[in-house]
Design a protein around this ligand. Sequence first.
Ligand SMILES: *[C@@H]1O[C@H](CO)[C@@H](O)[C@H](O)[C@H]1NC(C)=O
Length: 342
Amino acid sequence: MQNQKLLPSSYFFFLLICLFHVSSSLMQFKQAENYEGSSDLVELEYHMGPVLASSPINLYIIWYGHWKPTQQATIRDFIYSISSSSSSSSSSSSSPSYPSVADWWKTVRLYTDQTGSNITGNIVLSGELYDFSYSHGTHLSRLDIQSIIKTAVTSYPTPLPLNPHNGLYLVLTSYDVQVQDFCRAVCGFHYFTFPTIVGVTVPYAWVGYSGAQCPGMCAYPFAWPKDSPPSRNGGHDVMGSPNGDVGVDGMISVIAHELAEVSSNPLVNAWYAGDDPTAPTEIADLCLGVYGSGGGGGYVGKVYKDSWGNGFNVNGVKGRRFMLQWVWNPLKRRCFGPNALD
Ligand SMILES: *[C@@H]1O[C@H](CO)[C@@H](O)[C@H](O)[C@H]1NC(C)=O
């Protein structure tokens, strides 16, 4: 893919071949390697497509199914934290202290498009829609996620805006919703909508609540698979989750993963490694399971503990704490986060 403006026929072919190979947040324990140490083996390349550089990016959340207000508040605070710079000592007391979610996002901002524009640091929560009637049922295919977006932007009387210029849609499915491949191969994925379904091409991501269905797979490191081998330092580093909901705290790292990837590869023709554009390895895929220095292979890495012993690696707004997986830093050529020891 050399250009985002594809010819209609090749465009259609591209859609077909990509349909079942959307970029996904894969199972943590299937990783063959990790790249916490610098690696010359990683061939992350730029394929000339756009990145999410316009500022701000307007994020629209679709809450599909049954959500508790406390769960929604935690996820919203994570989104607000992306654009909230950390305080430099004395300044504003309401801004998060270092290292913050915004500091974590700085690694994502290192990616540019062909005009040299960086990914934006400004992501604004611009609309939310509650699909509490499960408009497309409780067993969803990957393609149904696009239909849910279509329903949201045409919903009466208060639809979400359909914003193909700088919109980004995030569909979150509740504990009781089955999604194709969820808890088997993926915890979330991102892609872009098809004009035939939604009317326009716009990037989106989906993440499922894993707390009931597969916390051991998608809410790592707050839960572990039953039969996983011990990590290299002995037992399992099961940690308390910083916001008191294993499923939501696990989801937030998956949302972070998908936001990093949809921003650097929104039309699946920008930043990825590997020769196969239908199965790209993207900037967060390279760092699955790595949350701190030394992480990988079942060890989360050097992270922090709050006074109750719950794990976290970054600070957010309102005193929140989150545990976010690292992403690939293209300048250092290794996985990186603001809690790195070096
Ligand atoms: C933009 O990306 C370039 C290349 O990675 C980097 O050197 C620069 O610091 C980035 N700017 C911002 C604001 O992140």
